[in-house]
Design a binder for this molecule. Structure first.
Ligand SMILES: Cc1ncc(C[n+]2csc(CCOP(=O)(O)OP(=O)(O)O)c2C)c(N)n1
Length: 675
C-alpha cells in the first residue's frame, strides 16, 4: 500500500494526482471551515473515486435524472465531502463552491450527511451505515428487472457503491450481500474502503473475520487492490464489469492520506484536522493553492470529464425516441411514477363488489384480493415477502418469481431478511420505474425499521404489507403479537400507517398508498376474519380523510348528536360497531369513527377533526388492541381506552380478546363509566 498520494497517469492533460488532490483539499477545507465533519475518508478514497468518475461512471451532470445513468451510492455517508466535491468538480448545478463553503450549515445543500432531494446527483440519503449498500442492492435489482422488461437499449447501467468497514460490519449489509449474491446482480460493484480504521481505532479491536472470504461465500467476485494505485483500481473495475456476479473490490487505502501525523489513524476520521495537519498535507500533495481554490486547469479537466456523459445521454434519447411506440410509452409511464387512471376504476369496482357480497375476510386476504385485481393494471408493482408468502398474501395469481437470470419475475423471495428487504425496496423506488411492496409480520417491523425510517426521510413510495397485526394472531404468542408497533410506526414522520377495518377499507388504503408518491406506507393487516362494515358503496375513498364517521349516532332512526364517540382502527372497528348497537339500544346515541390512518386525519385540520370527534361534552373511547400511547390526543383527558396493557399472551385469539377485555362489554363499560 502506498503511503503517498499516487502520481498515476496523466489524463486529459491533468495528472490523476491533481484531480484526486482537488477532492482531498476540498474535503479538508470544508471540514475545517465547518469545524465539524469527516475528512479522513474522502482523503483516503479520493483516488478510487477519481478513477470511477473519470473512467467508468456513466453520468451527465446536466441531466442528473437521466434514467439510464449509472447509480453511485456513497454508503459511507460520513464521508459526505467526497460526493460534494465530486458533484462540484464534475459540474452538477446544485453544488457550487458556495455550497462547499457552507458545508454542514443550516439551509445548505451540503448537509452533514448526503441527503436525497437536497442536491441532484445524490442518489440516496446515507449516514446510517450499511443502508447505502443494502439500498444499492435494490437499485441493481431494479436495473436487472427493468432491463428484462425494456431491453438493453433503454436499461443498461451499473450501480457503484463506496462502502467502509462500518457498512460491511452492519448486519443489513450481510443480508443484502447474501441476497445480491444469490440473485447474481452482476451490475453491482462495491468499492470497499479497506482502511482498517473506524472510530474507536483499528478495526481489529472488534473484527477478525476474513471479509473478502465472506463475500466469496456469498457468491461475489472479490478483488483486492492498492486503492492509491489508479491503474490497479481501473483494472479491477474493468474486470468487475465482466463478471456474472456482484463484485467487491477491496481498496486498501490510508485514511486521511497525506496528513502528517493523523494519516492512517482514527484521529483523521471525524474531526477537523487543524491548520498544521492541513498545511502538512498540502505540502505532501505539492498543492500550493489556498483554501477552496481549485486552479482553472484542474477544474476544467474535471468539468470535461463531467461533460463527456452528454453524448451517451443523447444517444440514449435517440434510442428511446426510436423505440417501439408501446415500449417507449410504457417506459415513460413507468418513469413518471403515476399509477394509471384505470387503478381508480378497478378499485371502485372492487369496493362495490365487496359491499354487495359482504365477505367475512381477514384484511391480509383482502389485501391479496386487492393485489390480484390491480397487479396487472399497475405493471410497475413488484412484490415479495420475507419468507412469509402464504401468510402475507402478497403473491398474486400467476405471478412469476424473480430469480437469477429470470429477472422479469415480479415476485421476490427475499428470504428471512426483513431489513435488507425494506432497504432494497427503497432502492427500487429510488431507482425509478417501480413501485415495490413486500410482506412480513407487523411485529418484525422492528427488523426493518431503520430502512422504513430512511424511506420516509427520502420520501419514497414503498408499501410495507405487515400482517398478523395484533393479539388476533393468537397462538404464536407475545413474541409475534405487536402491541407497541402501531405507536412506534406512527412516530416516524412522513410514513403513512394504515390499519383498515374491512376489505373495502383495505382497497382504499391500497389506493392511497399507491397514489402517495412521496411517502412510504405500512398496511397493518389481520390474520383473523373481519365482517364487511362498509356495506353501502361509495366511489369516494373515505379512508383518504384518515378517519371518518362509519356509523352515526341515532335515535328513533334519525341522526342525532352523539353522547358517545367510539374511535377504533382495524379489527377493533367491528367491536366498536357492536358496542354501539348495545349503547344505542340502551338509549345512548353513539357514533363510530373508523381511523385507518392517523397521519391523514391530522392533515384534515381541526375543523374536520372536531366534526368527527365531537365536542368536549361527548365521551370518547378509543379501541385498539395496542398500547395506549398516542391515543390521548384523540380521546381527550376524560376519554377511555380499551386496548393492551402490555405484552400479549399465547392462546386462541378469541380467548385473548376476552382475557384482555377488548370486547363489546369492555367498550360499553368504558363508555358508561364516563357518561
Ligand atoms: C448505523 C450507524 N452506526 C454508527 C454510526 C456512527 N459512525 C459513523 S462513521 C463510523 C465508523 C465507520 O468506520 P469506517 O466505515 O471504517 O469509516 P472510516 O473510519 O474509514 O471513515 C461510525 C461508527 C453510523 N453512522 N451509523
Amino acid at each position: 500500500m502506498s503511503s503517498q498520494p499516487a502520481t498515476g497517469d496523466v489524463v486529459g492533460g491533468v495528472p490523476h494526482k491533481d484531480l484526486a488532490t482537488a477532492i482531498r483539499v476540498l474535503a479538508m477545507d470544508a471540514v475545517e471551515a465547518a469545524k465539524s465533519g469527516h475528512p479522513g475518508m474522502p482523503m483516503g478514497m479520493a483516488d478510487v473515486a477519481t478513477v470511477l468518475f473519470t473512467q467508468f461512471l456513466k453520468f451527465d451532470p446536466k441531466r442528473p435524472d437521466w434514467a439510464d445513468r449509472d447509480r453511485f451510492v456513497l454508503s459511507a455517508g460520513h464521508g459526505s465531502m467526497l460526493i460534494y466535491a465530486l458533484l462540484y468538480l464534475t459540474g452538477y448545478e446544485d453544488i457550487d463552491l458556495e455550497q462547499i463553503k457552507k458545508f454542514r450549515q443550516l439551509g445548505a445543500r451540503t448537509a452533514g450527511h448526503p441527503e436525497y432531494g437536497m442536491a441532484r446527483g445524490i442518489e440516496m440519503t446515507t449516514g446510517p451505515l450499511g443502508q447505502g449498500i443494502a439500498t444499492a442492492v435494490g437499485m441493481a435489482l431494479a436495473e436487472r428487472h427493468l432491463n428484462a422488461r425494456f431491453g438493453d437499449t433503454l436499461v443498461d447501467h451499473h450501480t457503484y457503491v463506496i462502502a467502509g468497514d462500518g457498512c460491511l460490519q452492519e448486519g443489513v449489509s450481510h443480508e443484502a450481500a447474501s441476497l445480491a449474491g444469490h440473485l447474481g446482480l452482476d451490475r453491482l460493484i462495491v468499492l470497499w474502503d479497506d482502511n482498517s480504521i473506524s472510530i474507536d481505532g483499528p478495526t481489529n479491536l472488534s473484527l477478525s473475520e476474513d471479509v473478502k472470504a465472506r463475500f466469496v461465500a456469498y457468491g461475489w467476485d472479490v478483488q483486492a487492490v492498492d486503492g492509491h494505485d489508479p491503474a490497479a483500481v481501473a483494472a479491477a473495475i474493468a474486470q468487475a464489469k465482466t463478471t456474472s456476479t456482484p463484485s467487491l473490490i477491496a481498496c486498501r487505502t490510508t485514511i486521511g492520506l497525506g496528513a502528517p501525523t493523523k494519516a492512517g489513524k482514527n484521529s483523521s476520521h471525524g474531526s477537523p484536522l487543524g491548520a498544521a495537519e492541513i498545511a502538512g498535507a498540502r505540502a505532501a500533495y505539492g498543492w500550493e493553492h489556498g483554501p477552496f481554490e481549485i486552479p482553472a486547469p484542474i477544474l476544467d479537466a474535471w468539468r470535461q470529464y463531467g461533460a463527456r456523459g452528454a453524448a451517451a445521454a443523447g444517444a440514449w434519447d435517440q434510442r428511446l425516441a426510436a423505440a417501439d411506440n408501446s415500449l417507449g410509452a410504457a417506459f415513460k409511464a413507468a418513469q413518471s411514477g403515476d399509477a394509471p387512471a384505470e387503478l381508480d376504476t378497478v378499485i371502485a369496482a372492487f369496493k362495490r363488489a365487496t359491499s354487495e357480497a359482504r365477505p367475512s375476510v381477514a384484511t391480509r386476504q383482502a389485501s391479496g384480493n386487492v393485489l390480484d385485481a390491480i397487479f396487472d393494471v399497475v405493471p410497475e408493482l413488484i412484490s415479495g415477502s420475507a419468507d412469509l408468502t402464504g401468510s402475507n398474501n402478497t403473491r398474486t395469481k400467476g405471478v412469476v418469481s424473480l430469480q437469477r437470470d429470470k429477472y422479469e419475475g415480479r415476485y421476490i423471495h427475499y428470504g428471512v431478511r426483513e431489513h435488507a428487504m425494506a432497504a432494497a425496496m427503497n432502492g427500487m423506488a429510488l431507482h425509478g420505474g417501480l413501485i415495490p411492496l413486500s410482506g412480513t409480520f407487523l411485529c418484525f417491523a422492528d427488523y426493518s425499521r431503520p430502512a422504513i425510517r430512511l424511506g420516509a426521510l427520502m420520501r419514497q413510495r414503498v408499501v410495507h404489507v405487515m400482517t398478523h397485526d395484533s393479539i388476533g394472531l393468537g397462538e404464536d404468542g407475545p413474541t409475534h403479537q405487536p402491541v407497541e408497533h402501531m405507536a412506534a410506526l406512527r412516530a416516524i414522520p412522513n410514513l403513512l400507517v394504515f390499519r383498515p377495518a374491512d376489505q373495502v377499507e383495505t382497497a382504499e388504503c391500497w389506493q392511497l398508498a399507491l397514489r402517495s408518491k412521496t411517502r412510504p406506507s405500512v398496511l397493518a393487516l389481520t390474520r383473523q376474519n373481519l365482517a364487511t362494515l362498509r356495506v353501502e358503496h361509495t366511489d369516494e375513498n373515505l379512508a383518504a380523510k384518515g378517519a371518518y364517521v362509519l356509523r352515526e349516532a341515532e335515535a328513533k332512526g334519525e341522526t342525532v348528536a352523539a353522547k358517545v364517540v367510539l374511535l377504533a382502527t382495524g379489527s377493533e372497528v367491528e367491536i366498536a360497531v357492536q358496542a354501539r348497537d348495545v349503547l344505542q339500544a340502551e338509549g345512548v346515541p353513539t357514533r363510530v369513527v373508523s381511523m385507518p390512518s392517523w397521519e391523514l386525519f391530522v392533515e384534515q385540520g381541526e375543523a374536520y377533526q372536531a366534526q368527527v370527534l365531537g365536542g368536549d361534552d361527548v365521551v370518547r373511547v378509543g379501541v385498539e388492541a395496542m398500547v395506549r400511547m398516542g391515543w390521548d390526543r384523540w380521546i381527550g383527558p376524560k376519554g377511555g381506552f380499551v386496548g393492551m396493557p402490555g405484552f400479549g399472551e399465547s392462546g386462541p385469539y378469541k380467548e385473548l380478546y376476552q382475557h384482555f377485555g377488548i370486547t363489546v362489554d369492555g367498550v360499553v363499560a368504558a363508555a358508561k363509566a364516563r357518561l
